[in-house]
Every structure is written in C-alpha cells, then in structure tokens.
Design a protein around this ligand. Structure first.
Ligand SMILES: Nc1ncnc2c1ncn2[C@@H]1O[C@H](COP(=O)(O)OP(=O)(O)O)[C@@H](O)[C@H]1O
Ligand SMILES: [Mg+2]
Length: 217
C-alpha cells in the first residue's frame, strides 16, 4: 500500500503530517517505510535527531537508496505493507512517477488565497498525470495549519475543492495550527511523544483513522 503526501507547493505540512502519521500507524504494519523524496530531507533529518537521542527511528529511505520501480512495485496495491512517501514541494519527474503509483494521495493545504492558487497548480499536474495514465487521479485534501479565525476563507476553499471535484476529495479530519507540531520536530519527537494528551496528537490520531479507513476500502 502506498500513501503519498503530495503537493507541488512547499511549506504546507507534507513532511510534518507524514512523519506523525507514520509514527501513529506503524504498529499496524510489520513492513512500513517512509520514502523521503524531498530535497529538504525533513524525514531523514528528523531521524538523525532521533538517533542522536537513542530514540527508535522511523524506517526511512531516499531515492538514491532504492531501485525506484522494484521498490514501488513491492508496496503498490499490497495491503500487507505500507510505504509512506513524503514528496518534494515542487514538480519533478520523480514526484510525478510517485504520484501515479500511489494508492492514496493526501494533499495538505492551509487556508488562504495563496493556497487556492497552489491547489489550482496542483490540479493541473493531476490532470496531466491522469491524462497520461488514462485514469482520473484523485487526491484527498487535508486542511492543515488551520487557524480558527479564518472562517470565511475556509468557506471559499471548501467551495473551490467541491467545485473541482474531479480531482479533489475533502477529508473530514482537520489539523489546526498548533505549536506542538513546530516544537516537537526540533526535539526529534512526534506530537504524540512530545505531548501525550495534546490536541495535536488527537488530531493526528483522527486523521490516521480516516486514512486507515481509506486504505481498507
Ligand atoms: N498544523 C500545524 N501547526 C503548526 N505548524 C505547522 C503545522 N503544519 C506544519 N507546520 C509547520 O510549517 C512548516 C512547514 O511544514 P513542512 O511539513 O515542512 O511542510 P512541507 O513538507 O509541505 O514543505 C514547518 O515549520 C512546520 O512545523
Ligand atoms: Mg517537506
């Protein structure tokens, strides 16, 4: 099974959510790997922070560590194992190759006009990739880094997503702006380890349940 966190826009929370999701769901799979396709290497660096504190790492590989096709084929449409892909925040051949191979795509977006413009660009990529593949690639939009003050903009964004529903499905789970996400990463911790009873870990738990349901559908 391949769950890809993808958006050609950077800074939307792909790595943050991918890492926390991986930690939350890891007990369910014997074979779980995170593929870090981002030149920022957020997931690899996160593991380095963990290693330096003798914390167990989340198994993680980079593109140069694997033979892409063989590796992807091992996980594709196989519900016994889980490959989580953290995509780069840019358009590239490898990001597109991963996009078309993913069983489930999650696209985090924030709430602002810039984010709507970002989604419009991503939609174009999805459209082109779908055409090349002869199928309609859908992504699950995850509202992330949501500030409870941005209610009006939230309405606009939801309308946009629904309107363009050929490529977008809006997830029910919402992740708000929480300091735990920023603070935990620097300590090499997931939000669950950082603040066991925090709302951030609660939101990740809900999201994980929702994605797990998609996996098993
Ligand atoms: N829900 C959130 N609340 C607070 N900060 C967040 C949240 N999601 C992401 N961030 C912060 O936003 C920045 C970009 O996140 P990142 O995961 O690196 O995005 P991407 O991988 O899409 O480039 C990071 O500093 C991260 O801590
Ligand atoms: Mg990233």
């Amino acid at each position: 099974m391949i769950v890809l966190f993808g958006h050609q826009k950077g800074g939307v929370g792909k790595s943050t959510v991918a890492i926390n999701f991986a930690y939350q769901i890891q007990k369910k799979y014997k074979d779980l790997v995170l593929l870090d396709l981002d030149s920022q290497n957020s997931a690899i660096l996160f593991n380095q922070l963990r290693s330096s504190q003798n914390l167990e790492i989340i198994k993680c590989v980079r593109e140069e560590d694997i033979e892409f096709d063989t590796f992807i084929n091992k996980y594709s449409k196989n519900d016994k194992n889980l490959l989580i892909i953290d995509s780069g925040g840019y358009d590239s051949n490898i990001n597109r190759a991963a996009l078309v191979k993913a069983d489930i795509i999650i696209t985090p977006v924030g709430i602002s006009q810039i984010e709507i413009f970002g989604l419009q660009k991503f939609r174009k990529i999805l459209k082109e990739a779908s055409k090349a593949l002869g199928v309609t690639i859908k992504t699950n939009v995850l509202l992330n880094n949501v500030d409870s003050r941005s209610k009006n903009k939230l309405k606009d964004l939801k309308e946009y997503i629904k309107d363009k529903n050929a490529h977008f499905n809006l997830l029910e789970s919402v992740i708000h702006t929480r300091a735990d996400f920023k603070n935990s990463y620097g300590d090499g911790l997931t939000v669950k380890e950082y603040n066991k009873k925090g709302i951030a870990q609660e939101e990740i738990k809900e999201l994980t349940k929702e994605i797990y349901k998609l996996i098993n559908n």
